[in-house]
Design a protein around this ligand. Structure first.
Ligand SMILES: [Zn+2]
Length: 360
């Protein structure tokens, strides 16, 4: 992800871009700030700008989703922010390998299963840094989650941070700089990343396919962290899908109305407060059901697997295919559609859920 695709942090990004262009980037840096705001992607953008063979001054482009007041927009189409900056192309082989973490000159070190960055991991990168880059111009060592460096590993880094080999840059990334040794901190100029503005988070979510209104709603409760916004959404989606799966399976297993209605209770999980929140909760379960039924149809017609919206739960989809392929699936799908319509017209959640399970 080049600089142009980093959301927010315009002042830091242009500072980094300028210093790369002027060849004045400090050889060791500390990116500090809350989790999930883009420190790591900015470090990757630095590595790309230093190594992209097509690196040059690019006009900063934005997209159709111009965020009012933020002065910045999603890269990639129409909307143009005046100005240009030195940046990587983001699309060449070197840029792609850097962003995937497989470029030989841009090692990304992080805590392993133990939760710590061990001294042997640090010794290895320090040794490697002594040699010239294999194929890039500059070796950029990114230590992500630098607060996980064990004390001995921090000591092992000290000398290298003080006098990095001429073609190497070290970037330490952390949300807890205060846990690092003072001697490490004093050797690394610190760039402070602030929480993202809600507008920037919304723009990033729209770039990932969220509708504008969904994006603004999620961004509003994300505490300035894009990572948190994405995680919260993903959790909710997984939960809604679990519920949907269980309700469909339950309805497939019994035709007896009383027992069907039991399944409706599941659909009403997390409701009860009353009002629009309840309706939105039920609607998210229903949308997840619709998405599963669409996938059942894909499997039943043996269409391309890549068309699946939920490929990660394929075994569960296959189990549902027996009951819901063909006409029954179509009926269920249209019942869900009607139920969503009823919720939009403010129908009560219990009435809608009870009605729906009897239609499945
Ligand atoms: Zn490139």
């Amino acid at each position: 992800m080049p600089f142009a695709q980093v959301f927010g942090h315009r002042r830091l990004v242009s500072l980094l871009s300028r210093s790369i262009e002027n060849d004045s980037l400090p050889p060791s840096l500390l990116f500090a700030g809350p989790a999930g705001v883009g420190k790591r992607v900015t470090a990757i953008a630095v590595a790309q700008a230093l190594n992209c063979p097509k690196g040059s001054r690019f006009r900063v482009q934005g997209s159709g989703f111009a965020v009012p007041g933020s002065g910045f927009a999603v890269p990639g189409s129409g909307f143009t922010v005046p100005g240009s900056m030195f940046d990587a192309c983001g699309t060449c082989a070197a840029c792609k390998r850097i962003s995937r973490g497989v470029h030989p000159d841009v090692p990304i070190v992080g805590p392993g299963d133990s939760g710590a960055i061990r001294i042997d991991q640090v010794r290895e990168i320090v040794d490697r840094a002594a040699y010239r880059p294999f194929e890039g111009r500059r070796r950029v060592v990114i230590i992500d989650g630098a607060d996980a460096l064990v004390t001995a590993a921090q000591h092992a880094l000290l000398k290298t941070l003080e006098e990095p080999p001429p073609s190497s840059v070290f970037i330490l990334v952390t949300s807890r700089p205060d846990t690092l040794l003072a001697t490490v901190l004093s050797r690394c100029p610190q760039l402070r990343f602030r929480p993202l503005a809600a507008d920037d988070i919304a723009a990033a979510l729209v770039a990932r396919g969220y509708s504008e209104s969904d994006a603004l709603a999620v961004a509003a409760t994300a505490d300035g962290s894009l990572g948190q916004a994405l995680a919260a959404r993903a959790d909710e989606r997984v939960e809604a899908r679990d519920v949907a799966q269980r309700v469909l399976a339950h309805a497939a297993a019994t035709a007896e109305p009383g027992r069907r209605i039991d399944g409706a209770k599941e659909l009403l999980i997390k409701t009860g407060a009353g009002g629009a929140g309840d309706r939105e909760q039920l609607a998210s379960h229903l949308r997840a059901m619709a998405s599963l039924l669409r996938d059942v149809e894909v499997l039943a017609t043996r269409a391309d697997d890549r068309a699946l919206a939920n490929p990660d739960v394929r075994p569960a989809l296959e189990r549902l295919t027996g009951a819901y392929q063909g006409e029954r699936g179509v009926r269920a799908f249209s019942a869900i559609d009607r139920a969503l319509g009823a919720l939009e017209r403010n129908a009560g959640v219990k009435v809608v859920a009870d009605w729906l399970v009897l239609q499945l």
